[in-house]
Design a protein around this ligand. Structure first.
Ligand code: 13P
Ligand code: SF4
Length: 305
């Protein structure tokens, strides 16, 4: 028998309590997933939450690398990803064999991995970063050290420019942020001349150059909460608009483009979340030999905060 959304939500809450589960959701997730979550945040905030929870089960409404990161930090918990279709094309652009080959060309280099990578790539890296701490972490690496930055060439280019460091950049990118163009921002500025423009650093540099602020998704929420501006143009995945609008009902938010949709972030529907809790599926794990090394890279990032 098919049940409606409200019934599904109350069943999810009931099962969450029975199985001592916590539901974590990324800011790009569907509104329905954010509504049943205990905590909604950016990649860094979600990693911190996953590392400190005392729940037995972490149900992760996000993409696979986020659930893997949660497992790496909390291997004694069951980590569930409601839909196995939730991958990240940018994370898939970095293969361990290719990174190993690049490392052998730069044997002295520090490898800085964006968290949007597989556990295998993290295990080959020295330290992880997210969009909210990449600049500060790269800045903290001694100036004489060579740095390989994997996999986002756009975040990497931005970090290189902000820090004045020359980075060996991987050629990966986020297909969703690639859909946001400088022309989109110019048009949005013409249409909303009073608006502030906030841009995610997975965007290309020509888009970043037109921003008032370059921010992680968590940074965008903080900025929206404290700015005097009544109107904000948002250059990132459009799922971001849900929380921005919900938390700031007196402000107006405009997506830089409606095309910036990450289909991978939209697979965790209420049906999937309910089924995940009913059947305790799909459990995400990482082999112990990889987890240990990946944990070192993630913990170095968390210790940096
Ligand atoms: P943040 O939420 O850390 O800004 O990252 C965005 C992202 O690409 C998640 O896939
Ligand atoms: Fe990956 Fe980009 Fe989607 Fe984030 S928005 S999950 S980086 S494809």
């Amino acid at each position: 028998m098919k049940i409606n959304d409200e019934e599904m939500k109350s069943r999810i809450r009931e099962l969450r309590g029975k199985s001592n589960a916590v539901i974590l959701a990324h800011n790009y997730q569907l509104a329905e997933a954010q509504e049943v979550a205990d905590f909604v945040g950016d990649s860094l905030q979600l990693s911190i939450e996953a590392s400190k929870t005392d729940a037995d089960v972490i149900l992760f409404c996000g993409v696979r690398f986020m659930a893997e990161t949660a497992y790496i930090l909390s291997p004694d918990k069951m980590v569930l990803l409601p839909s196995l279709r939730s991958g990240c094309p940018m994370a898939d652009m970095a293969e361990p064999e290719e990174l190993a080959a690049l490392k052998s060309e730069h044997p002295e280099a520090i490898v800085v991995a964006y968290v949007n990578t597989s556990a295998e790539i993290k295990a080959l890296s020295d330290i992880c970063v997210t969009s909210s701490n990449a600049v500060a972490i790269v800045r903290s690496i001694p100036a004489e050290k060579e740095i390989i930055f994997v996999p986002d060439r756009n975040l990497g280019a931005y970090v290189a420019r902000e820090t004045g460091r020359k980075l060996v950049l991987w050629d990966g990118f986020c297909p969703t942020h690639l859909r946001i163009s400088a022309d989109d921002i110019k048009l949005a500025r013409r249409l909303h001349s009073e608006a502030k423009v906030i841009v995610h650093p997975e965007s290309t540099l020509d888009v970043i150059d037109l921003a008032d602020e370059v921010l992680s998704t968590g940074g965008m929420l903080k900025f929206a909460g404290k700015t005097d501006a009544d109107e904000i143009v948002v250059a990132t995945e459009i799922g971001m608009l849900f929380r921005l609008c919900a938390e700031n009902p007196d402000k107006r938010f405009y997506p830089a483009t409606e095309q910036a949709v990450c289909p991978n972030m939209k697979h965790n529907r209420l049906e999937d979340i309910l089924e995940a809790l009913e059947r305790m599926r799909h459990s995400i794990t990482v082999p112990e030999n990889i987890r240990g090394k990946a944990l070192t890279a993630i913990e170095r990032m968390l210790d940096f905060q």
